[in-house]
Design a protein around this ligand. Sequence first.
Ligand code: SF4
Length: 436
Amino acid sequence: MTSRTDLVEELMGRFPHVPREAVLKEDLLRGGLAFDDAALTDNEHGDVKPKSYFIFSFDHRTLPELGTAALRRPPEEIVLTGGPYGLRRTVVSVRTNPSSPYRVGTDSDGRLRLFLDGRPIADVGLPPMPAYYRHTLANGKSVMEVAPTIQWGYLIYLTAFRVCQYFGAKEECQYCDINHNWRQHKQAGRPYTGVKPVDEVLEALEIINRHDVDRASQAYTLTGGSITSQVNGLAEADFYGQYAQAIEERFPGRWIGKVVAQALPRADVQRFHDYGIRIYHPNYEVWDKRLFELYCPGKERYVGREEWHRRILDSAEVFGPRNVIPNFVAGVEMAAPHGFTSVDEAIASTTEGLDYFMSRGITPRFTTWCPEPTTPLGRTNPQGAPLEYHVRLLEAYRATMDAHGLSSPPGYGPAGPGRAVFSVSSFMDTLPSTES
Ligand code: SF4
């Protein structure tokens, strides 16, 4: 039987122009990794920054199935270097999977290493606890709960609304566990604020701004579930926009403001811009028409795919095409039972979507699908998509970008192997090096 090591090395050999770091990172993101108890954190009381569960669970098991990792959280991210593949510094978001062939533990010298099939393949660095996580808001809430940072401290992730109004099997996106993640944290008795008050967000940002003396934090993302009616009397553009307005009034230009929201009509998009948002992520999720209709039933019913795409193009007139960066979930194209059965077909479809947007100056980006077990697609595809798909997508993404004369999108920090901090896919690790 082919081992995971054989698979990884075979793909590294077949695609020598894709950085080895990216091959490993994609495999860790699609399949998760296990942790020895010694590599877990002491939650908010230790020296290592814990996993904040900033929007989705991004785990391969439910919390009760994670064992010690449910009590002592794993780190938010790990950084890999060295080992037999000579890895340059690679930041990887942590997706826990107790049965993964990848395991973080200590070697006989007491050093933290990443093991694959029992063999050490990288040195592991853990994110230090940021000074701002050691402070709480006046009401006792933690900064990690209200304004967690990811991407090695680059991005403040503000999930203002922790649930989605696309609710239940007929509306929720079939790969998304936002609503389940909210439920499981509530059931575990963890603090998990459904709607974050603007004042709390400002107070948490004040603490970050005061203690982030190196100014590692460069951007914030406002996001959460879709709003099909209202939250606190506000529709989607005004609900998410109110946070940007307050942040920009209090800390003008301190961070790049981004919003991940639905593809809204042009007047609403203009309001985002007027509130001070500079980058807009109207995620199109999956390109193929049939799969979009099946996987995003709520979006299809309320907006529809063609209208969604038209609104993305419209928003480029408001934000400028460089600043419209719609996401897709890389890998769901190949999910059984409805997805493509060959990597060739899946890559061809995804590339058609990249071409569509990139030919208009809009640069999509992608996150690597994590098949969370409580989602319909995660249940039927616990292994996720084939690693070959993910590696070839990196190749296709860069080639399409080159063909249209585009470069790495703004708001993601530096690009290039050894430099990238974007942690939930390796597209930034695969592009030519930049400073920021
Ligand atoms: S719109 Fe879909 S992907 Fe976004 S939060 Fe709602 S269910 Fe999840």
